[in-house]
Design a protein around this ligand. Structure first.
Ligand code: SF4
Ligand code: SF4
Length: 441
């Protein structure tokens, strides 16, 4: 058998626990009576609110306008009335201004027969404009505005467009289901992005634990006579991290502090590609996404199509509630996600999963001193020395930590996963970055 590609340095092998939800077909979550729509759902400047309390809004209407070069529009997921404009706590613990909408009136999109647009007749610049108009952002977690990513500087050339179907975070199955159930749409979306970027090669990277997704993608590509290449990848975390994925697929390394375009590559997650398809072909803004609701504490683990602004607690209820009392609720994956103090935060464009774990499944370890075992160093895919950086940050030697590569940390969580002393290494890296006043590149 051919050796599967992977990245060379570090990485870990957590139990993937995907069997809880990977055979659950995507179904619609109920539309909530009240939606909470944050203006900060993307990397960059928050959107500027365009509505006021008392205003009537329609499904898909612009609620917030992108307010800078790196920013994205925000649309209303439902028709109704603006009840309030307030501050909310997001799943990552930050706060954002949000528009609260009480459901009411007619849906002008859902359930209606919307004529598809023939995107092949549109120019590359019009396609890019549409992606901007519809508020599309990276849905694998990074939430980088897609129109910014696809705007290629004069003189730059895209050699590789990579569709990221790795979904290496344990438990999550939203992308897996999307690849099986929306294969054609993802391939069309890939074609749209190819028309914009004009890459030499299109690669679709999928981890080996999704053989059905690999098979269906390969089959449809062959049937359609497309020159896209599916590349099965070794199961190793964090295979889906943009930088590791590029190392696995192209052998190239993104230089420190730089973006993939500097090695001639652009990467987009499959959920983003699907949203690009819907935005261009059906003029659909990013008002819903697939969310995996799973973990051993959940009665019926599911993959739900969810309106942005739905509360986490509503999704758990839709999955039959808890069968065991959860010890920990996480938004996102267990490696990079955020523990939730309650289930009140709304789903935003970057939330791909909600995981509820009972005691025993949740890793809650008490911290003991470092035993200098070196496991964190061996696990780090970026070649950093997490124990050392942690100590620097703990002592507030931030400049020294920066010199030693703090900003190269992708916050993948591999170091904390292997640490026998239960040292919160990733939290330390995040704190260090915060103290340095710099944002992750
Ligand atoms: S979280 Fe940062 S330091 Fe830790 S393994 Fe990942 S990249 Fe390395
Ligand atoms: S893995 Fe934990 S105990 Fe081992 S060297 Fe790193 S920080 Fe210290």
């Amino acid at each position: 058998m051919k050796k599967l590609k992977t990245f060379p340095k570090g990485g870990v092998y957590p139990n993937d626990n995907k069997e809880l939800a990977n055979s659950a077909a995507i179904r619609n979550a109920p539309i909530p009576p009240v939606c909470t729509i944050p203006m900060q759902q993307h990397l960059g400047a928050p959107a500027k609110v365009l509505v006021s309390p008392g205003d009537a809004v329609q499904e898909g209407m612009l609620l917030g306008e992108a307010s800078g070069f790196i920013s994205a529009h925000v649309h209303s997921p439902v028709p109704g009335t603006v009840k309030d404009i307030t501050s909310v706590v997001l799943t990552d613990g930050t706060t954002s201004e949000a528009v609260i909408i009480e459901l009411g009136g007619e849906f002008n999109r859902s359930g209606k027969n919307i004529q598809p647009v023939e995107w092949r007749n549109l120019s590359a610049s019009r396609l890019l404009e549409k992606i901007k108009e519809m508020g599309i952002v990276g849905m694998g977690g990074a939430t980088y505005p897609a129109h910014v990513k696809y705007t290629i500087r004069k003189g730059s050339h895209v050699e590789f467009f990579v569709v990221n179907g790795v979904e290496c975070e344990p438990y999550l199955t939203a992308d897996h289901r999307l690849m099986i159930e929306k294969t054609e749409e993802i391939l069309e979306g890939t074609g749209i992005i190819r028309k914009i970027l004009k890459p030499d090669t299109v690669l679709i990277g999928i981890e080996e634990n999704k053989p059905d997704a690999i098979a269906v993608m390969e089959e449809r590509i062959e049937q359609k006579g497309l020159d896209f290449h599916v590349v099965p990848l070794k199961m190793k975390y964090p295979q889906g991290d943009e930088k590791q994925l590029l190392k696995s697929l192209t052998g190239r390394e993104v230089p420190s502090g730089r973006l993939p375009i500097e090695i001639g590559a652009v990467v987009s997650n499959v959920a983003t590609v699907f949203s690009v398809y819907e935005a261009v072909v059906f003029n659909k803004p990013l008002i819903e996404r697939i969310v995996t609701v799973t973990g051993s504490a959940v009665t019926n683990p599911s993959n739900l199509k969810v309106r942005i602004g739905t509360k986490i607690s509503d999704l758990i209820e839709e999955c039959g509630g808890f069968k065991i009392r959860p010890k920990k609720i996480i938004a996102g994956g267990p490696m990079m996600g955020f523990a939730q103090a309650n289930a009140d935060s709304p789903v935003t464009k970057g939330v791909s999963g909600i995981i509820a774990m009972p005691a025993g499944e949740a890793r809650i370890s008490s911290e003991t001193p470092c035993i200098r075992c070196g496991r964190c160093i061996r696990a780090c895919p970026m070649g950093l020395s997490p124990a050392h950086l942690y100590k620097r940050i703990d002592n507030r030697h931030i400049d020294a930590a920066l010199k030693e590569g703090l900003m190269d940390c992708t916050e993948c969580g591999s170091c904390g996963f292997v640490c026998p002393a239960g040292i919160p290494l990733v939290q330390g890296m995040k704190l260090g970055k915060l103290l340095s006043g710099k944002k992750r590149a």
